[in-house]
Design a protein around this ligand. Sequence first.
Ligand SMILES: *[C@@H]1O[C@H](CO)[C@@H](O)[C@H](O)[C@H]1NC(C)=O
Length: 143
Amino acid sequence: MNHDGNCFIFSLFILACYLVTPSSSCSGLLRAWNISITNFVPDDIVVQITSTDHDLGKHTISSNGYYYWTFCEKAFGLSRFTGTFLWGSKFQTLSLADREIMKFCESDKTFDQVCFWMVNPDGFFVTGFKDPPQGWVKKKTWE
Ligand SMILES: *[C@@H]1O[C@H](CO)[C@@H](O)[C@H](O)[C@H]1NC(C)=O
């Protein structure tokens, strides 16, 4: 085979890889999720995020700052992340990603689903739409 032929086959291989690999790094047709938390409290807050198979640890989010993590949807079973928040002497524990919340945030984009959490002095709000921010649903208040 001549050199051009190899080159052509190599190009096809690259193209095939590109076509079967979506923008997400998740395998198969599993979707990637990006969950972010923006702090609109006028102080630092601390959040500890855990799930049954991940411990994302404790994170301090400064006022107007944000933290995010990504994960691949599971083919079977359920991804579930819980956050425990501290703001001075106030605290709260709530589900940040579960079946109900992911259903709520889900968009018709095939890949890369997003959920945005906003934490402010009134409590915890979530939406799937950030640009422009709209449709916030309040999930809990601070204790
Ligand atoms: C996840 O969302 C955050 C907040 O919008 C963004 O800054 C970040 O780039 C996103 N990360 C990925 C890997 O999509």
